[in-house]
Design a protein around this ligand. Structure first.
Ligand code: NI
Length: 139
């Protein structure tokens, strides 16, 4: 962590009470840690608006492994984006369904592009991209 500076914040009584409730629910050790997390989260989310920001993402997929050539297409896309594909893991959920999580690293625009190619494949039943920008200085 870089050199610490102290700041004072004025909050309304009700807003502070809700904030303290959130802190307790999430088990933060103190207000400072909760505020630091909120600031980091806000900076990271803001970074997502810029296509060239450094980011990491995880694409979650549930798909039918009987779908024609879907597994093969997933592997092809990961090979095509070798630099951005960090890892993937596969879980056999039941007789028909598989869960695959593909972890990507790169620019925001690259991760969106790769995720769109994966998510739109025929046979994908459920999908979600979770992405965080990591371009801001977070300490
Ligand atoms: Ni499977």
């Amino acid at each position: 962590m870089s050199e610490l500076e102290r700041i004072g914040i004025s909050l309304g009584k009700h807003l502070l009470a809700q904030f303290d409730e959130l802190i307790a629910q999430r088990n933060y050790p103190n207000r400072s840690e909760a505020i630091r997390d909120l600031i980091r989260q806000s900076l990271s989310e803001r970074g997502l608006a810029k296509p060239t920001t450094a980011a990491v993402g995880a694409v979650f997929l549930v798909y039918d492994h009987h779908a024609m050539k879907l597994s093969q297409r997933l592997v092809e896309i990961q090979h095509q984006y070798l630099v951005q594909t960090v890892a993937s893991t596969h879980v056999h959920l039941d007789h028909h369904n598989c869960l695959e999580i593909i972890i990507l690293k790169g620019k925001v625009k690259d991760i969106n592009e790769i995720a769109d190619r994966i998510i739109t494949l025929k046979g994908v039943k459920l999908s979600r991209l979770n992405m965080m920008s990591i371009g801001a200085r977070l300490s």
